[in-house]
Design a protein around this ligand. Structure first.
Ligand code: HEM
Length: 299
């Protein structure tokens, strides 16, 4: 039987779904403004490999001659972007959710393994909690990028009033280029994010809408027998440890659930060892525990 557990708190879902249209409007209105003075390109000397943006691109998106509209949209929605982002970060801090999203010291190494797994070059992905290492790096990165967009944006919006900030960012021209680069990075994040959401599947997407995650059935729960020597550890549980999914461990803030199936006396030690190894043979291997399903490792 499938089990349904809570995955995303309501607040996170609100912040996330408010952020999506707001970022989309910020990027589009930013392009309406940029069109009026489109200075950036990739190239050297007179050689241009890529111009931001080709005329065909502007025309296809009906961008030309909408500077005023772009500015008014940009300067209204920047407040929503800033307030939503600020309250989201406060929520992450005070709810403790930041622990699930901020990378830890293993994340960089693990993110390579996640990428190899996603490219089907590695069989198993490293164990994870709510998000895998690559997600932690990407999501924390995008939060920092949001802050960067606000700071660079402020310094080109009011370069006189925020002249200290503007100087710290390298002056007006640099701040503008940084603002532009951050927008490109936001767009790249968005493309990769959407591809990963599609690959991770419906259940993953639905969990960001409903907050609930549907987990594999009880028969797929991974049982790990624990063998205890009663003479050495008289007070230890004589119970197998049932490792439930990462999601469930997350809910319970513990990493494993001890379930006592039956107490055994020291004299039964030999039998117990045999029982445990028999049990182990009947169970799926460590690599197949439910928390490591394709779904939860994809993003
Ligand atoms: C159509 C647009 C989008 C869709 C369908 C979408 C979907 C999702 C889903 C399904 C998750 C949960 C991933 C998981 O549980 O493994 C997620 C998380 C996240 N997404 Fe998006 N997303 C969209 C747009 C965006 C945008 C525009 C941004 C930022 C620029 C963004 C930033 C994030 C972040 C930071 C998280 C982690 C949230 C947290 O737990 O605090 N998303 N997204």
């Amino acid at each position: 039987m499938k089990r349904v557990i809570k995955k995303h708190p309501l607040a996170i879902r609100w912040f996330h779904w408010i952020n999506f249209p707001v970022v989309a409007i910020m990027v589009f209105s930013g392009m309406l403004i940029y069109w009026a003075n489109d200075v950036y390109r990739i190239g050297w000397g007179n050689k241009t490999i890529l111009k931001f943006f080709p005329d065909s691109f502007y025309k296809a998106l009906h961008i030309p001659f909408r500077l005023a509209e772009g500015m008014s949209l940009h300067f209204v929605f920047m407040w929503l972007f800033a307030i939503n982002g600020f309250v989201y970060v406060l929520y992450l801090i005070f709810s403790g959710e930041w622990r699930l999203i901020v990378p830890n010291k293993k994340s960089l190494k693990e993110s390579f393994l996640v990428v190899l797994h996603d490219l089907h070059l590695r069989k198993s992905a490293p164990p994870q909690k709510k998000y895998n290492a690559a997600q932690r790096i990407a999501y924390t990165g995008v939060i920092i990028m949001g802050l960067g967009s606000l700071l660079t944006g402020l310094s080109i919006y009011k370069p006189i009033q925020f002249h200290t900030l503007c100087t710290l960012l390298g002056g007006y021209e640099w701040a503008r280029a940084e603002h532009f680069i951050l927008t490109i990075l936001f767009t790249l994040f968005f493309i990769v994010h959407i591809v990963q959401v599609i690959l991770a599947g419906w259940n993953n997407f639905r969990s960001m809408v409903t907050g609930l995650d549907v987990l594999p059935g009880a028969k797929e729960i991974f049982l790990q027998p624990v063998i205890i020597n009663r003479e050495k550890e008289p007070n230890q549980f004589t119970a197998p440890v049932i490792k439930i999914s990462q999601h469930e461990t997350l809910q319970n803030e513990t990493h494993q659930h001890n379930v006592i199936l039956e107490e055994k006396k020291p004299a039964e030690e030999a039998d117990k060892t045999k029982d445990a190894s028999d049990l182990k043979d009947q169970l799926p291997s460590n690599e197949n525990k439910p928390g490591d399903t394709e779904d939860s490792n994809k993003l």
